[in-house]
Ligand binder design. Structure first.
Ligand code: PHE
Length: 451
């Protein structure tokens, strides 16, 4: 069943909807822990360079493919060149892998919201709190269930627009609160050293893993390489300035990630004195560090609750866009009824999420490629599948439909200021770099080389 394709009312409509999908746990949870782990300033620098080259070119390419074809991923590739429909199918796999573990973290967010709502900031600030929570079997599953149910109900009832409206109004508050917490963080005793760690590139810490990590994060954070930007592009009107819209989304998305890092990394230093194990805390970093910040603030319970509530909204707009994508693929491809597809995706998400949550507790002994399940799924989607899809998309644009096709689409609405940059990146730089990065990251995951 083809969904009705309504146009966004104008530029702001597209920018806000795409930003709703882009801004989420990727910015607030994932970016800070990767930046902390991969050497601080050097990660930030690599990320920004990738964002203004790769990120820019790929986002333009995807949005333009969507607007040109007027279809979502699978249909879009098919329409532009029959033989290449398989790229759309590969892209469709990505949200199927991401959604379940995204919901696990969404569940953690609801748990922390409840902790602060019940005035337990002090307990959550204990070092052992996060580990004790995630290693249980039942409680994290219940919170995960709540998050999946909320996402499903919104999608099932087709009230995304309601959520988007609310989040249009909440998102700016989240940004302001994040900046305020960041400013508070860097003024804590001992935090300034952490701030310097975050913003000063230390080239001795540069390695291929930094680039692999930054590239995966870029795809994830910008909702690239999974067909989502193609779908959003398909809703974009022909007279909307495509290049400018893409730039706005990138600046917004990267800005929030930057402040999220500034809120968390200096605080890690303040509370641990720069101890390496604290910086490498991994997926739990936000949940371990922020409660300490809140507990040290006046009105910490209130601010903590407000913060996690806003994060929850940001996470929901992203999980909704992930679930929506999967459902529309099932409906389009298998001709399923939307309600059936929604229930199926709900069940599938719960089942596939189980290993990711149990991997921190009773299944912690099972470690595919030496990783816990959540990190493993995250690795497969961000470090393997997304680079493959991104590479194929570059080849598709660079050599099948040719960059001119995209340039023409962009120029329908405005002059293309960075046309040259776009062409060079999409044809040469991006595909070559992605292959190098992909091969090294896979070899190192299997232990064939250290990077
Ligand atoms: N970009 C979202 C974030 O940063 C995650 C996401 C990925 C959302 C893919 C939709 C699709 O949290």
């Amino acid at each position: 069943m083809e969904k009705k394709r309504s146009n966004f009312s104008g530029k702001i409509g597209f920018v806000l909807a795409a930003a709703g999908s882009a801004v989420g746990l990727g910015n607030l949870w994932r970016f800070p822990y990767l930046a902390a782990k991969y050497g601080g300033g050097i990660f930030l620098l690599v990320y920004v360079i990738l964002a203004v080259t790769f990120g820019f070119a790929l986002t333009i390419g995807e949005v333009a493919i969507g607007r040109k074809s007027g279809l979502s991923a699978i249909g879009a590739f098919q329409k532009l060149s029959e033989k290449y429909a398989f790229i759309g199918y590969l892209a469709a796999l990505v949200p199927i892998i991401i959604l379940p573990y995204y919901c696990v973290i969404g569940g953690w967010v609801i748990k922390y919201l409840s902790v602060f709502l019940t005035g337990n900031a002090a307990a959550a600030a204990q070092d052992v709190y996060f580990g004790a929570f995630t290693s249980q079997a039942i409680e994290p599953i219940l919170w995960l269930f709540v998050f999946v149910v909320v996402t499903t109900v919104v999608v099932y009832r087709g009230v995304e627009q309601g959520v988007e409206k609310v989040s249009k109004f909440l998102m700016p508050i989240l940004v302001i609160l994040t900046i305020c917490i960041a400013l508070y963080s860097i003024t804590m005793p001992g935090a300034f050293e952490g701030f310097l760690y975050y913003v000063t590139p230390d080239f001795s810490k540069f390695s291929m893993t930094t680039v692999v990590g930054a590239m995966g994060q870029l795809f994830y954070s910008m909702s690239l390489a999974m067909g989502i930007m193609i779908t959003y592009g398909s809703y974009m009107k022909k007279d909307v300035d495509l290049e400018k819209s893409v730039k706005q989304i990138e600046v917004f998305d990267t800005g929030i990630a930057f402040f999220a890092g500034m809120m968390i990394i200096p605080a890690v230093f303040a509370f641990s004195g720069g101890d390496a194990s604290a910086i490498n805390a991994g997926p739990g970093l936000m949940f371990i560090t922020l409660p300490k910040v809140f507990a040290s603030m006046p009105m910490g319970n209130f601010i903590g609750a407000a913060f996690f509530l806003l994060v929850l909204f940001a996470a929901l707009t992203s999980s909704i866009s992930l679930m929506e994508t999967i459902i529309s693929i099932f409906c389009d491809k298998f001709g399923w009824h939307r309600h059936q597809a929604t229930l199926l995706v709900f069940g599938m998400t719960m089942v596939v999420a189980l290993p990711s949550t149990l991997g921190f507790g009773i299944w912690s002994g099972i470690t595919p490629l030496g990783m816990d399940f959540l990190t493993f799924f995250d690795f497969v989607s961000n470090s393997v599948l997304m680079p493959v899809v991104a590479f194929l998309t570059c080849i598709f644009i660079g050599y099948v439909i040719k960059p001119e096709a995209i340039v023409k689409e962009v120029k329908i609405s405005s002059p293309f200021k960075n046309e040259k940059l776009f062409k060079v990146v999409i044809k040469y730089i991006a595909p070559i770099c992605i292959v190098v990065i992909l091969v090294t990251s896979i070899l190192s995951a299997f232990g064939f080389m250290t990077i």
